[in-house]
Design a protein around this ligand. Structure first.
Ligand code: PLZ
Length: 454
């Protein structure tokens, strides 16, 4: 069969010796995880949350192994990070080679080839055949901060436009850019100024008659009336919103916003931190509608689990910053760069974007069947291996966060790692590693069905 996922992970580089099988030897969390969790509570700041307190010792392919010997199916990928799988062989070998050579010099002091190579790869992989430059950082939030700095420097303008339900990070500027108060912002203000929020296109929560271009006009009108086009440095948008609820804007929304930006000298920044690196069935989510951003922020999937982030974009915008104006001690650390080169090679060599599309086919077909049986499933949406169900009070579009938590907890009990998201906490999201075998994918969906049946 050519239209199903190949179950043999060895053809995808292997799973680091982790047997691709769900195994439950204790209730979850098991006794050893519970003991570690007691230590966590005593040692780690309470503000650092835990979705599922099973403590991991090994992971690969679609499986996480815990301290008690349980093996869980991974539908989270560490929040869309290990697209190539955990400890992917090509990442491991390049990291091992690099870490034995040197671990840090600071690229701003004495540079090294790996950083340059990652920037060359980003300039090649991101959409548009114009001249591009990249700069590397440590986290997604840091990349977003730097993209805004660059856009402000280039335009000489201050205002930053973001959208309802947006998530861009937890630093001071990116908290201001993130929409949801709890848990991200509550009590952490005052926030950075000159950040303005425009209405998003969220098809499930608006009349079907509102087209993408109309939703864009609605947003543009808010920007023009409340901010003023010539004051706007940049518009920052996730092509598919992540933490905000896997919100896929109506067709035409993104291109119309991008066109308006071009017409008004506004830098259009796509935040592809969650959607990037084959996750949505294409290298980047903007490709789906042929949108070419001026700048793009990436992180997560870029380096197979090592901390790395980037801003990539038009050379004239990127190079408008004075020498020494960008940087940071660790940005583009050599070990993280080696990991990125391994992850990118894996994605390209094994065409993981195609696998993301196969995952979409299997998931959407099955979830649509479940939707017909379980009236609390209001919508099935997403793209590639970034798929979600929005949970509602049956017969309405009213969010049901309690039911979402119940279903997610039932999945966890059965050894399936699922995540929730959404402004109203009522979206169950699925982000399996792109190398997951078809058997594990289907088993995960069986568990989900059992959880809905309650
Ligand atoms: N932009 C689109 O998805 C990170 C956040 C998890 P960092 N999303 C996961 C949490 O609760 O902290 C994210 C994102 C988008 C920016 C970021 C920020 O990336 O690497 O977490 O800083």
């Amino acid at each position: 069969m050519t239209d199903t996922l190949h179950p043999d992970l060895e053809t995808l580089g292997g799973a680091g010796g982790v047997e691709q099988r769900r195994v439950l030897v204790t209730d979850l969390p098991g006794p050893l995880s519970q003991a570690l969790h007691a230590r966590k509570t005593a040692a780690v700041a309470a503000g650092i949350g835990t979705t599922l307190p099973v403590y991991v010792t090994k992971a690969g392919g679609g499986i996480l192994v815990d301290v008690d010997g349980n093996q869980l199916i991974d539908f989270g990928s560490g929040i869309a990070v290990v697209n190539v799988g955990n400890a992917a062989p090509e990442v491991v070998s390049r990291v091992q080679d690099q870490v034995a050579q040197f671990t840090h010099t600071c690229f701003m002091v004495t540079p090294y080839e790996g950083y340059v190579e990652v920037c060359e790869a980003l300039n090649r992989l991101t959409p548009g055949d114009h001249d591009k430059r990249s700069a590397l950082f440590n986290s997604g939030a840091e990349a977003v901060e730097n993209a805004v700095k660059i856009a402000r420097r280039y335009t000489g303008r201050d205002a930053v436009v973001v959208f309802d339900h947006a998530y861009h990070g937890r630093t001071n500027l990116t908290m201001a850019m993130t929409a949801k108060n709890m848990p991200y912002k509550d009590g952490f203000g005052p926030f950075a100024g000159e950040v303005y929020r425009a209405p998003m296109s969220y098809p499930f929560h608006e009349p079907a008659s509102i087209k993408g271009t109309e939703a864009a006009m609605r947003a543009i009108s808010v920007i023009e009336k409340q901010v003023g086009a010539d004051r706007v440095a940049c518009v920052v948008i996730e092509p598919i919103q992540g933490e905000g609820g896997f919100v896929v804007p109506a067709e035409g929304f993104l291109p119309a916003i991008a066109e308006w930006c071009t017409a008004n000298g506004v830098v259009f920044i796509a935040d592809e931190i969650q959607t990037g690196f084959a996750r949505t069935g294409d290298m980047f989510a903007v490709n789906h509608e042929g949108v070419v951003p001026d700048l793009m922020t990436t992180a997560k999937g870029i380096a197979g689990g090592l901390p790395l982030a980037a801003v990539t974009g038009r050379a004239e915008i990127m190079d408008s910053v004075h020498g020494g104006g960008l940087g940071g001690t660790y940005g583009g650390n050599p070990v993280a760069c080696a990991a990125a080169l391994g992850a990118i090679a894996t994605i390209e060599q094994h065409d993981l974007a195609a696998r993301a599309r196969l995952i979409e086919n299997i998931m959407v077909a099955r979830l649509t069947e479940l939707q017909a049986r379980f009236p609390q499933i209001g919508e099935v949406r997403g793209r590639g291996a970034m798929i979600a169900v929005e949970i509602v009070k049956p017969g309405t579009t009213d969010p049901d966060a309690a039911e979402t938590s119940r279903v997610s907890a039932a999945c966890h009990q059965a050894g399936l790692v699922t995540l929730t998201c959404g402004t109203y906490g009522n979206v169950l999201r699925f982000l399996p590693p792109l190398v997951i075998g078809e058997d594990l994918l289907r088993e995960g969906l069986d568990i989900l069905e059992g959880a809905f049946a309650g």
